[in-house]
Ligand binder design. Structure first.
Ligand code: NDP
Ligand code: MG
Length: 396
């Protein structure tokens, strides 16, 4: 081996970013941090730079960059600070880099992630929104550059582990009948429907099994997260939406399953800790210690399953419809959801209005083909404007 692999962590200050750095720090002989990015949590970014001594750090704007550069110099570090999307794309595609952890949340991660894909890097994909928005173009770019795309989302990483290595030949060709995508059901699985109108952002973010950033936590509560994951699974495994079934499994111990034509069903199990899929993708096809405790099946004791209720979780229905419509529908769904979730977290709308906003946006705008990246961002921008108009119309 020619020295440690150089890793760029986009979204280093977030939940996935920190878990990634925890795994990396356990294996200094294998991995070295090349670059880290942050957005608002810049004192945390400074602390991460002091700990991991990257060559580059990326922040959103010039004034913040100056401040961080001064602090880094004062700490005697050689780290250079870059700015904005251009800086993110630069550290994602730099020739020295072996792998990029794409862990920026939302549409903001698309361009840097694609820059890493186009440069042929190994991509550790947590930023599902990037793939949901630009699915066909993203996968074309992966095939063209020969980039290795490894899913970090726990469900997709589980599916990846349960698939035969040659699954890219097509699910039918490798004997796969269905993908069973598990979901915890989130904090509102059993909340009386009459109370849902009044649940708070903090209640929505109190996930029973996983500790995550606030946007994905709200998505998990509404099950839009599972909807985005359904679309993500279709692109990663070349599946039709009808081949992906969502199964509620409240314990979050089985991370997903693959159903084969001979009746075999393979599952991946583990404690709900993102360091497992992160370590799996970092070391693939080898295995390394992730710091995650061994699964204690006696403590788990039982595994339950139930069908999702689309009355309770309308976002799941909307996402399935968008998956079936294809083209611009998933990008519009994602953008409307980002605006609606931000408005919910800001206290501008109630929880139930998240689905109303998304449904109205999708009904207002016809589905169009997405020929190129500009068309993706146009669809994204249109959906954001329509969602903002919804907020204005309703006096929010
Ligand atoms: P967090 O909110 O914890 O972290 C998001 C990261 O993105 C932070 O580093 C944040 O910087 C940065 N960021 C936010 N907005 C921007 C922007 N506009 N431009 C550049 N950087 C930005 O989210 P998570 O870590 O929970 O999730 C990250 C991604 O991983 C999401 O796409 C999510 O769906 C996916 N994922 C997460 C899982 C989890 O367990 N957390 C599980 C599966 C998938 P800062 O904090 O400095 O503001
Ligand atoms: Mg997931």
């Amino acid at each position: 081996m020619s020295g440690p692999q150089q890793i760029t962590v986009l979204g280093a200050t977030g939940s996935i970013g920190l878990s990634t750095l925890d795994v990396i720090a356990r294996h200094p002989e294998r991995y070295q941090v090349f670059a880290l990015s942050g957005f608002t949590r810049l004192s945390e970014l400074l602390a991460l730079c002091i700990r991991h001594v990257p060559q580059f750090a990326v922040v959103p704007e010039v004034a913040a960059a100056r401040g961080l550069q001064d602090d880094l110099r004062a700490a005697g570090l050689p780290t250079r600070v870059l700015v904005g999307e251009e800086g993110l794309c630069q550290v994602a595609s730099a020739p020295e880099v072996d792998a990029v952890m794409a862990a920026i949340v939302g549409a903001a991660g698309l361009r840097p992630t694609l820059a890493a894909v186009q440069a042929g890097k190994k991509i550790l994909l947590a930023n599902k929104e990037a793939l949901v928005m630009s699915g066909a173009l993203f996968m074309q770019a992966v095939h063209k550059s020969g980039s290795v795309l490894l899913p970090i989302d726990s469900e997709h990483n589980a599916i990846f582990q349960c698939m035969p290595q040659d699954f890219s030949r097509g699910l039918g060709a490798v004997g796969v009948r269905r993908i069973l995508l598990t979901a915890s059901g989130g904090p509102f699985r059993q909340t009386p429907m009459s109370e849902l109108a009044h649940v708070s952002p903090d209640q929505a973010c109190a996930h029973p099994n996983w500790s995550m950033g606030r946007k994905i936590s709200v998505d998990s509560a509404s099950m839009m997260n599972k909807g985005l994951e359904l679309i993500e699974a279709c692109w990663l495994f070349d599946a039709k939406p009808s081949q992906v079934e969502v199964v509620i499994h409240p314990q979050s111990v089985i991370h997903s399953l693959v159903d084969y034509v001979d009746g075999s069903v393979l599952a991946q199990l583990g404690n709900p800790d993102m360091r497992t899929p992160i370590a799996n993708a970092l070391a693939w096809p080898e295995r390394i210690d992730s710091g995650v405790a061994p699964l204690d099946l006696f403590a788990v004791a039982r595994l339950d399953f139930e069908a999702p209720d689309e009355q309770r979780f309308p976002c799941l229905r909307l996402a399935r419809q968008a998956a079936e419509a294809g083209n611009s529908a998933p990008a519009m769904l994602n953008a409307a959801n980002e605006v609606a979730v931000a408005a919910f977290l800001d206290g501008r709308v109630g929880y139930l209005e998240i689905a109303s906003i998304i449904e109205d946006v999708l009904n207002l705008e016809p589905v169009v083909a997405l020929e190129d990246l500009d068309a993706v961002f146009t669809a994204d921008a249109k959906a954001r404007i329509l969602a903002e108009q919804w907020l204005n119309r309703h006096g929010r």
